[in-house]
Design a protein around this ligand. Structure first.
Ligand SMILES: *[C@@H]1O[C@H](CO)[C@@H](O)[C@H](O)[C@H]1NC(C)=O
Ligand SMILES: CC(=O)N[C@H]1CO[C@H](CO)[C@@H](O)[C@@H]1O
Length: 292
């Protein structure tokens, strides 16, 4: 039998270079909310910090909020491994609703797991309105394996792999391990549907919540970036990739993606690099237009 999988790798910090922001008092910019990937934090100067700076430089006057889950960078990083995802999403919804700068709406950009978390924000929390959702290497159909894990966190990653392999769908692991909550073993679909606390809920595996569907339709664009090195490697394994249009999620229309596709709201982009590796030029040419 062949199983199907979409993108399934995790975060490595993105390397970018940027200068200092330029401010403009007469600005009509759309604020941007960033959600970092696994092993990363809101404010790492080599990843989210660099992206924030670069966007601020390219779009003078823009308000960029890089989400910190917890009280400081250490907590933020740990929470990316261990904090219940549904709680994280609900914290973020509260934070966004309270932020006066976001009242008129905002664009959202999520990296790796941060991308599926922001999709949950779009589906669950329509106010303030999210305009464009940009998913950079998101794993909207989940992961099955943790082949990449940020170097400095390799001990944590080994522990997580063990826990996932021994019982990703047990209640204990589900409740305490972020990656278990978007673990999707294509050979054990029933277990996934029944026990996945986060991904199976936002992907409407246990029944369709019309509110999720309606809220997702409110997006102006849903931009999905994939990284071609990963796709290429998959071709050499026993698993096969499928396009979003080939997926059951799309065919059963559990999220209204077909309608969004028809309305040209779905944008598929590819970057030649490995997971989360791209250049400033690629970012500016391909993603910046959705932030203006
Ligand atoms: C559907 O989703 C909304 C938004 O999160 C939630 O308030 C509501 O309780 C959900 N309905 C069901 C039946 O789960
Ligand atoms: C520097 C500055 O004034 N930025 C503002 C530009 O406009 C947005 C949206 O009104 C504000 O959120 C920024 O603070």
């Amino acid at each position: 039998m062949t199983a199907t999988l979409l993108c399934f790798l995790l975060a490595a910090p993105v390397l970018l270079v940027a200068g200092s922001p330029v401010h403009d008092s007469n600005n009509k910019t759309v604020p941007l909310v960033l959600w970092h990937g696994m092993g990363d934090s809101c404010c790492n100067p080599l990843s989210m910090g660099a992206i924030k700076k670069m966007v601020e430089e390219e779009i003078p006057g823009i308000y960029v909020l890089s989400l910190m889950i917890g009280k400081n960078v250490v907590e933020d990083t740990e929470n990316g491994f261990f904090k219940d995802v549904n709680e994280q999403v609900s914290m973020v919804c509260t934070q966004l609703a309270k932020d006066p700068q976001l009242k008129g709406g905002y664009n959202a950009m999520g990296f790796s797991q941060g991308a599926q978390f922001l999709r949950a924000v779009a589906q669950r929390c329509p106010s303030p309105p999210m305009k464009n959702l940009i998913s950079v290497g998101g794993q909207h159909q989940g992961v099955y394996g943790l082949p990449r894990c940020p170097g400095e966190h390799s001990a944590i990653c080994d522990m997580i792999r063990k826990a996932l392999n021994s019982g990703a769908y047990s209640d204990l692991v589900q409740k305490h391990l972020v990656q278990a909550q978007y673990w999707h073993d294509p050979l054990n679909d029933d277990l996934y549907k029944k026990h996945s606390l986060f991904l199976a809920d936002i992907n409407q595996e246990r029944g369709v919540n019309e509110t999720y569907k309606k809220n997702l339709q409110l997006l102006e664009k849903f931009v999905m970036v994939k990284f071609l090195v990963i796709t290429f490697n998959l071709l050499h394994s026993s698993l096969q990739t499928e396009t979003l249009q080939e997926s059951v999620l799309y065919k059963e229309d559990r999220l209204g993606l077909a309608a969004m596709d028809k309305a040209k709201k779905l944008v598929f982009l590819a970057s030649k690099g490995d997971h989360l590796q791209f250049t400033n030029e690629w970012f500016n040419a391909n993603l910046l237009p959705y932030l203006r």
